[in-house]
Write a protein that binds this ligand. Structure first.
Ligand code: 5GP
Length: 203
């Protein structure tokens, strides 16, 4: 059977929105999804960061930019973050759905380049909760935390550019909602034409 090109699911949400926790559970439920490993120049905060990032020097990252190696890239809290282009295209051509996690500036670039993607913005239930979650992290200085809070508020102002909003108040509900967005997108007729034509041809 010929393969229908995979979907792209683009997730954004400020630090402290619980985006990573939601995505971890979504991957546990839908393990066939592929995660786009980003490149970044930020320092490793935790050994598990290696599941999400390839860590590059500034020079290595800038060489990637010069070679058009990124689908998008942005500077966030004084570091580069970028989405390598090649793996996404390869996976999609093999029929896999790909999850990209990205801050807002990069996300807007991807929306321009891939207008058929599905975009999802995750928010905490309130600014108080956001502040509490970010202050609870022991891995960053107070100054870095304050900078993340201000960046988060700036990002939330652009949430209207996304197709879906997921409020992460109760984790389980948020995970259910994200999984139903993904499965609904998969059921769209545009994603199933090849299957349908082949069934009819072989009838
Ligand atoms: P953190 O340093 O907390 O892991 O991530 C900081 C921000 O960078 C988050 O909003 C995260 O979504 C975003 N981010 C992660 N990967 C990428 C990427 O490839 N490109 C862009 N533009 N942002 C990214």
């Amino acid at each position: 059977m010929s393969v229908q090109k995979g979907n792209v699911f683009l997730f954004s949400g400020p630090s402290g929105s619980g985006k990573d926790t939601i995505l971890k559970q979504v991957f546990a439920r839908l393990p066939e999804l592929k995660f786009s490993i980003s490149s970044t120049t930020r320092a490793r905060r935790d050994p598990s960061d290696d599941e999400k990032y390839t860590f590059l020097t500034k020079e290595e990252f800038e060489a990637g930019i010069a070679q058009n190696g990124f689908l998008e890239y942005a500077q966030y809290c004084d570091n580069y973050y970028g989405t390598p282009a090649a793996p996404i295209e390869n996976w999609r051509n093999l029929g896999y759905d790909v999850v990209i996690e990205c801050e807002v500036q990069g996300a807007l670039q991807i929306m321009e380049k891939l207008p058929d993607l599905t975009s999802i913005f995750i928010v905490p239930p309130s600014v108080e909760v956001l502040r509490k979650r970010l202050t609870g992290r022991q891995t960053e200085s107070a100054e870095q935390t304050e900078k993340r809070i201000q960046t988060a508020l700036g990002e939330m102002k652009l949430a209207e550019r996304y197709q879906y909003l997921v409020i992460n108040d109760h984790l389980e509900d948020a995970v259910d909602l994200v999984c139903s967005i993904i499965t609904t997108q998969r059921a769209k007729m545009t994603q199933n034409t090849k299957f349908l034509h082949e069934v009819l041809q072989n009838a």
